[in-house]
Ligand binder design. Structure first.
Ligand code: DLL
Length: 431
């Protein structure tokens, strides 16, 4: 089922016209109502009326996380506070958080986009949706909650944590859909196993997983362990929260809800737009947001756009699953390494569990890469020789795929800390 056929299956020419109309309105409003945007546009020598075609978007200046921080907390709002009905905020682990605001209409738009997302994953009003994303300033919990309600599904607003209870409720409440981070879904699967609950005995049919990077290998692992379809959903607080893009049941790229958010791919070093289909940094412009209309926001997420039609009938442009962030990339002895590349190798390796940490240190002048990964119980209790053989196999694979040597530490099952939200998988001690 498609939630909003008119918008999701709109012919391309019509959508382009709609995007342009909405873009013009957003730019005018931002220029008139947000002094920081007016200043930026003026410094850049561009006026809203200079935007005469969609392609002119590249004439506009970018917005960065730093711009939003400098206007903390409410400086980027385009409406008076009396019209703001909700705020959310990013975690702010690296400085002041970013505060995002929503009008009533923005909340409705968001709910609609999350209803579309759940529909993309096969959801209907018959579903029972366990929302195990955190509720609070984080956008995951309430975003999924409003979307599931809009869909007419039954919401179980459990939030993150208390994993045994998650399993009990999933079983007793006949939950059919799960919403949480991919890393938390694996932890739920693990606890389920410990509790002796067979995932095949559950009603769970699909999960909408996002908020952190994960790989196709991780998807296979989750689908196997939870016996459900694992759908990748993407979003960020600055744009709206979850509900920016979602895979459909074909699981081949995420449909960007581009009647609301205009995506671009740029070269993160030069800021220049890249040719269609090339991989680079994702940039979004909000087309329908009232309270917090960000223009050309640099996400730092790396993806590429896919323009070929999807069998589901949606005509949105699709984005490839995020393969890393520009600020995630580790430079190890001059070689660029993305954590996702290491994850792919680990999960493909027989005998290890999908729980790992990447540690980078500096020994003298040299960078040193260490990968800690849990091994399966049967291997851990086995002979030393097998462990050594496994260790060597992983090291060799990393060396041949990434071109850097890594120290592999095999650790006992269940020793790496589990996450109930966004997993922290990289410790860079050089910083
Ligand atoms: O994580 C919103 C969200 C909630 C998305 C629930 C999906 C599900 P932030 O906390 O602002 O918002 O973090 C946004 O998380 O720039 C990406 O780097 C990362 N991210 C989000 N979804 C995915 C995904 C929410 N599917 C940042 N794959 C983004 C990879 C993701 N990374």
């Amino acid at each position: 089922m498609i939630w909003n056929e008119e918008m999701e299956c709109m012919p391309l020419a019509e959508r382009r016209a709609l995007q342009f109309y909405r873009l013009r309105n957003t730019i005018r409003r931002a220029y008139e109502k947000i002094p920081a945007y007016r200043k930026k546009f003026d410094e850049h020598g561009v006026k809203p009326d200079d935007i005469k075609h969609l392609a002119d978007i590249s004439k506009l200046p970018f917005t960065t996380k730093e711009d939003l921080r400098q206007n903390y907390p409410y400086g980027m709002f385009a409406v008076p506070m009396k019209d703001i009905v909700r705020v959310h905020s990013s975690s702010g682990t690296t400085g002041k958080p970013v505060v995002v605001g929503y009008t009533r209409k923005d909340i409705d738009t968001w709910a609609e986009l999350m209803a579309r997302t759940l529909c993309c994953a096969g959801g209907t009003s018959d579903d029972i949706v366990q929302v195990a994303y955190g509720y609070g300033l984080f956008t995951g919990g309430l975003g999924a909650h409003y979307g599931a309600e809009k869909l007419g599904a039954t919401v179980v607003p459990i939030s993150g944590g208390n994993t045994q209870r998650q399993v009990m409720i999933m079983k007793d409440f006949d939950v059919t859909m799960l919403a949480c981070t991919p890393s938390y879904s694996l932890y739920i699967a693990e606890v389920m196993e410990e509790m002796g609950v067979d995932p095949r005995s559950l009603k769970l049919k699909a999960g909408v997983f996002g908020a952190e990077p994960w790989t196709d290998q991780m998807r296979i692992e989750i689908e196997k362990r939870l016996c459900c379809k694992a759908i990748d959903i993407y979003g960020l607080s600055e744009i709206i929260g979850p509900g920016v893009s979602s895979e459909c049941e074909n699981q081949h790229g995420l449909h960007v809800f581009d009647d609301n958010f205009f995506p671009e791919i740029i070269d993160s070093a030069t800021g220049n737009p890249l040719p269609a289909g090339e991989k680079g940094e994702l940039v979004f412009t909000c087309l329908t947001k009232e309270a917090f209309p960000v223009i050309r926001f640099r996400t730092r997420d790396i993806s590429r756009l896919m323009f070929d039609p999807c069998p589901c009938g949606r005509t949105h442009v699709r984005m490839e699953r995020i393969t890393g962030r520009t600020d995630d990339m580790l430079i190890i002895r001059g070689v660029n390494v993305f954590p996702s590349q290491i994850e792919e190798i680990l999960i493909k390796t027989q005998g290890v569990e999908p729980h790992y940490i990447i540690i980078v240190d500096k020994r003298g002048v040299l960078d040193e890469l260490t990968v800690q990964v849990e091994v399966e119980e049967r291997i851990f209790s086995d002979e030393v020789k097998k462990m050594e053989e496994l260790q060597a196999r992983i090291a060799k694979e990393i060396e041949s795929v990434l071109g850097v040597s890594a120290k592999i530490q095999l650790v006992e099952p269940k020793t790496i800390e589990r996450s109930m939200g966004k997993a922290k998988r990289v410790i860079d001690n050089r910083k």
